[in-house]
Design a protein around this ligand. Structure first.
Ligand code: FES
Length: 135
């Protein structure tokens, strides 16, 4: 069996939403404790909805594919829904990632959360009010 699904290879070869948003409302940058790779997410938010999103990464192919998929999954969604996106949901949407590459998908999840936190801080919105129940 191939190590990577067709969906992973597609998002790796043709990543969606790569780049920078100069007028971003929230920016999040995180590093991966396991490999030291870096991910940056830019969010444009209007009326509590993510109207645009871009990412830049110094991560591996799995990080690129996960971020590409994650940005597609949150575009057009309410902020609270984006905050609830888990790396497991992203990996599932990619038709799976090898177990030793799951940590790469955490980068996207954490960078999205950091960007939303930045947006909240800049706009005086209490971050905790957006968190899904129980987190
Ligand atoms: Fe670092 Fe995948 S090995 S993000």
């Amino acid at each position: 069996m191939a190590l990577y699904s067709e969906t992973v290879m597609d998002h790796f070869r043709n990543p969606r939403n790569v780049g920078v948003l100069d007028d971003a409302d929230g920016v999040g940058e995180v590093g991966n404790a396991k490999c030291g790779d870096i991910m940056k997410i830019y969010l444009k938010i209007e009326d509590n909805v993510i109207v645009d999103v871009k990412f830049e990464t110094f991560g591996c192919g799995s990080a690129i594919a996960s971020s590409s998929m994650a940005t597609e999954m949150i575009k057009g969604k309410p902020v609270a829904e984006a905050l609830a996106l888990s790396n497991k949901a992203v990996a599932e949407a990619l038709d799976g990632l090898p177990a030793h590459k799951m940590h790469c998908s955490v980068l996207a999840e954490e960078a999205i959360k950091a960007a939303i936190e930045d947006y909240c801080t800049k706009n005086g919105i209490p971050f905790d009010t957006l968190r899904p129940e129980g987190e």
